[in-house]
Design a protein around this ligand. Structure first.
Ligand code: ZN
Length: 135
């Protein structure tokens, strides 16, 4: 799957966004180690804290299907359907991804100029992890 195909899958997933409060639709497309693709969208709630981001929706769907290895994720968000501005994962989603992915995990973002390829460690260089609780 090409970078652009993964970005396009994230954009398509944003169409299912339930975002009556922010009016900002986000989609994520997560490519698993075995090549299977899982997508997610943001699902908001009147109790804002109950909202789930697109990235975690995709990740939890994949994990719920037994996936544990992931190659990369694409994220695309837009309030007006243009995807003109980068939408990066929030801290909670980065932490959730770090449970299964090392720092070299690729995070693909997009804006009007094209695709920006980042790594998980660019956003979260020092994640809280299992080893953080040892000793
Ligand atoms: Zn998030």
């Amino acid at each position: 799957m090409t970078d652009m195909e993964l970005i396009d899958a994230a954009k398509a997933a944003s169409a299912n966004s339930y975002s009556p409060y922010s009016k900002f639709k986000v989609g994520a497309a997560l490519l698993c180690g075995d090549g299977e693709l899982f997508t997610g969208c943001n699902v908001e709630n009147a109790s804002y804290g109950a909202t789930c981001c697109a990235e975690r929706a995709a990740l939890f769907s994949a994990v719920s299907s037994g996936k544990r290895q992931f190659k990369r994720i694409a994220v695309a968000g837009s309030g007006d359907g243009t995807f003109a501005i980068i939408t990066q994962p929030c801290g909670m989603c980065l932490q959730a991804l770090s449970e299964f992915c090392d720092g070299s995990f690729e995070v693909l973002l997009t804006d009007k100029s094209g695709i920006r390829k980042m790594q998980l460690c660019d956003f979260l260089p020092f994640p809280f992890e299992k080893a953080s609780m040892e000793k």
